[in-house]
Design a binder for this molecule. Structure first.
Ligand code: ADP
Ligand code: MG
Length: 364
């Protein structure tokens, strides 16, 4: 396994009967890293986490934790901290007893247990609630206790499976930051699973995007957003405009892309890969501007306004190109105030804000 890696997954595959839920996944997680596995429902996220935890056995492949092959080990032998969505607190135990449980199992002396429980209670801001029972706590507080219980025995790895899924939006956002702070404070290597892209972007050092049991891309949040490697990732993270085109000319660091729709519209793109012929140009809505004239930007395109959606800090415009493709643009409120539905406008953007990705007829 690679040096300096905490967790190393080598070609892990999981079949349920004849169905392949995890398809030859290889992934290294660095010490102290917060890695999020992001993907649609059914993409194999929980299955992958269960393989790491030992709740399911790999059909083939191997898993290493701190240089040790743990592939065949039982869950309790792996010593991993876990917060699973359905991994509830013990209802008949107090908060303090719940948190103490992993330490009791490990036969830690009583006085040390008391000390360590108090320390993690402080960490999750529940210092005065140790004697409560789970049913006397709010959803957010219960999740805090679950996290405290998962980290109290200093595991080398923390696994979180949609830990905030049941919470409402405001509380979820607050808890995201709280978990991130705790994770940074104790420096614990963490793998979190979510289908919520905002959660992934907020919390992660790196994000691993999964689809159909496979990894599509592993990158920092910034890179994933700015340089998605394919159509699935581009469309899964944020909003994006994709226009099919053909590379007609290529220089060292830029290329000319002609749209596929029998139009003569030509764009100047940045960083097109040598093997790419047919491409999508991919453009985020916030990188497209209203242009006064065609010389104002490296790329311009005439469109017709279809819809204006007020978002508070900006306006989202839905527009249609001459070749009938819908585009989404996000512009400051003041710039869009005068625009009428049906009006023709010129959109502009610079080549640095546009990338090309492989052309695919349909995302799967
Ligand atoms: P996710 O967590 O990304 O939603 P899961 O890992 O739970 O995805 O499931 C991936 C696929 O594997 C789904 O199609 C699911 O129905 C299937 N699956 C999960 N667990 C089992 C199981 N124990 N037996 C059979 N199929 C399963
Ligand atoms: Mg799941």
């Amino acid at each position: 396994m690679a040096k300096g890696m905490d967790l190393s997954i080598r070609k892990a595959t999981k079949y349920y009967g004849s169905f392949k839920a995890v398809d030859s996944i290889s992934l290294d997680v660095r010490k102290g890293e917060f890695l999020t596995i992001l993907g649609p429902s059914g993409s194999g996220k929980t299955s992958l986490l269960k393989l790491i935890a030992g709740f399911e056995e790999v059909s083939s492949g191997a898993i290493y934790l701190n240089d040790q092959d743990i592939t065949k080990k039982k869950p309790y032998e792996r010593d991993i901290g876990m917060v699973f969505q359905n991994y509830a607190l013990f209802p008949h135990m107090t908060v303090a007893e719940n948190i103490a449980y992993p330490l009791t199992l490990r036969k830690v002396p009583k006085h040390e247990i008391r000390e360590r429980v108090q320390r993690v209670l402080d960490m999750v801001h529940m210092e005065h609630l140790g004697s409560r029972y789970p049913k006397q706590l709010s959803g957010g507080q219960q999740q805090r206790v679950a996290i405290a219980r998962a980290i109290v025995f200093n595991p080398p790895l923390l696994l979180l499976d949609e830990p905030l899924g049941a919470l409402d939006k405001n509380l979820r956002e607050r808890m995201q930051l709280e978990i991130k702070h705790i994770q940074e404070k104790i420096g614990i290597t963490t793998i979190s699973v979510t289908h919520d892209q905002e959660e992934a972007l907020t919390m992660s050092d790196r994000i691993c995007v999964m689809n159909h049991g496979r990894i599509e891309q592993v990158s920092s949040p910034e890179e994933l957003y700015q340089l998605p490697c394919n159509r699935f990732v581009a469309e899964f993270i944020g909003e994006i405009n994709l226009l099919g085109g053909e590379v007609t000319k290529r220089d060292r660091d830029s290329s000319v892309v002609r749209l596929l729709d029998d139009t003569s519209v030509v764009f100047y793109a940045h960083g097109t890969k040598p093997e790419q012929e047919k491409v999508f140009i991919a453009l985020r809505p916030e990188n497209i501007h209203l242009a006064r004239e065609s010389g104002e930007f490296e790329n311009t395109l005439l469109v017709q306004v279809q819809e204006k959606i007020y978002l508070g800090e900006s306006i989202k415009l839905k527009a249609k190109t001459a070749f009938d493709q819908e585009m989404t643009v996000r512009v400051p409120v003041a710039n869009a105030a005068q625009l009428a539905i049906g009006q023709e406008i010129l959109l502009g953007w610079s080549r640095a804000d546009m990338i090309t990705i492989p052309y695919e007829a349909d995302a799967s």
